[in-house]
Design a protein around this ligand. Structure first.
Ligand SMILES: [Zn+2]
Length: 260
């Protein structure tokens, strides 16, 4: 009986220490993505690592006025400051008579990004049975970032469209957004003419929170984020969130095309 109690205590101690180690790891992995003096950069050359998790994530439905914007999925989250800035911007848009917005995506975890890429590869191979995995992967990577390289991991980016519209480009919402978002701290992250630098095709719907001060400078100089950061900080390693991806599931790293 005594021996059994001792064993039980030992087991309990082990479980407790494993639990607190897990909790400490989870806490340590959270990053305050707005603490730096410059916006954080995540792209094909500068991925975040597997354990990356932004601090202060909130449900969009808790912050946004859903009479102004439809949140496509109740579970969509973003960093609180960015979500609150989005709410302020959408209220201003409503005052200008521009409503009927829709948020399709905000924060996305690395495992969600893996699934997204895998699904894209599968759908390419389904419609093109002769394609190798590597060919399907190259095609998929033209529109889906590899896990770790999506700006959505930061919790500061939103894919915003017009509710009910089949395409965002040309809508009054798109025109308003591209004219005013800068004053609310957002940038249109992937613009036409900057594809060679950002590594992504133009995306009229993808905005990224950087704060009004940086956003206005980026607008006034017609920079993309990479150009802006290079203009203020010539040594990129001092401002980047740099993480090496050691393992990204099934995808062979050598198959990734070189960033344009
Ligand atoms: Zn996006």
């Amino acid at each position: 009986m005594k021996k059994n109690s001792l064993l039980l205590c030992l087991l309990l101690a082990l479980v407790l220490s494993a639990f607190s180690a897990c909790a400490a790891r989870a806490e340590a992995a959270e990053t305050d993505v707005l603490s730096g003096s410059l916006p954080l950069l995540v792209n094909k050359d500068y991925p975040v690592d597997e354990s990356f998790l932004p601090a202060d994530l909130v449900l969009l439905t808790d912050v946004l006025d859903t009479s102004l914007v439809r949140v496509r999925n109740k579970g969509i989250m973003a960093v609180r400051t960015a979500a609150e800035a989005l709410e302020v911007m959408l209220e201003a848009a409503a005052k200008d008579g521009v409503k009927n917005w829709q948020i399709n995506t905000a924060f996305r975890s690395i495992s969600e990004q893996k699934n997204l890429l895998e699904n894209k590869i599968k759908s390419y191979r389904k419609s093109n049975p002769s394609w190798s995995r590597s060919k399907a992967l190259s095609a998929a990577l033209r529109t889906v970032a590899e896990p770790g390289c999506s700006e959505h991991h930061l919790g500061l980016a939103f894919d915003i469209t017009a509710k009910g519209a089949s395409a965002f480009k040309g809508t009054k919402q798109c025109k308003w957004l591209h004219l005013h978002c800068w004053d609310y701290g957002f940038i249109v992250r992937y613009q036409q003419g900057k594809e060679e630098i950002t590594g992504f095709s133009a995306e009229e719907w993808h905005i990224r929170y950087v704060g009004p001060e940086h956003a206005r400078l980026i607008r006034d100089n017609n920079y993309c984020l990479e150009e802006y950061l290079a203009s203020v900080e010539p040594d990129p390693d001092s401002f980047l969130v740099v993480g090496e991806i050691e393992e990204i599931g099934e995808i062979p790293l050598e198959d990734f095309p070189v960033t344009q």
